[in-house]
Design a protein around this ligand. Structure first.
Ligand SMILES: [Mg+2]
Length: 173
């Protein structure tokens, strides 16, 4: 049961992910969470470093910003990074994932999702059996709706730790 929250990979940030390995594993499309994955939640920060990374990744992968947040916010990031966006995704529900797989014509084995939350990004991705990658949240501040999720997440991390499945700060790919 607890394994539905377990990411396939766990990395410090989007900059430490082994994208070569993803490519080797047959990944063709990467879904990036937005809040606290590429920008601090509740802030609008655009990073040159992130733009460089995304531009590099575009050569090997289709990049899509896949967020539960609203178009008003996400569109700005889509424009800045020149990538497609999917908003109000209602993670962890699976239908937007399925919609995206269908729309772009990818199999679940060809898609990876990167995000900072076990309950939304990882659980949702695991449901549709895409590759899930957890990163640490950029900021301690969260969207207001996230508060309860973080409380639950803390408990899940404890169980992970007890069962030696994942330890905070111990990264793996
Ligand atoms: Mg997030």
């Amino acid at each position: 049961m607890i394994k539905r929250f377990l990411p396939d990979m766990y990395q410090e940030s989007i900059f430490t992910i082994n994208y070569k390995k993803l490519k080797k594993n047959g990944i063709k499309c990467i879904l990036f969470d937005v809040d606290n994955t590429i920008t601090p939640a509740r802030e609008e920060k655009f990073y040159e470093q992130t733009k460089k990374l995304i531009n590099k990744l575009k050569k090997d992968f289709k990049i899509i910003l896949f967020s539960n947040n609203f178009p008003k916010r996400i569109k700005k990031f889509g424009d800045y990074y020149s990538v497609d966006i999917a908003c109000v995704s209602l993670k962890p529900f699976s239908f937007k994932y399925r919609y995206i797989l269908n729309k772009y014509g990818y199999k679940n084995t060809e898609v990876a999702a990167i995000g900072d939350q076990l309950l939304t990004d990882i659980q949702g991705g695991n449901k549709v059996k895409i590759t899930t990658i957890l990163v640490n949240p950029i900021s301690e501040k969260d969207e207001r709706e996230t508060w309860l999720n973080r409380q639950i997440e803390k408990k899940i991390f404890k169980v992970f730790d007890k069962r030696k499945l994942l330890q905070k700060g111990k990264y793996y790919d």
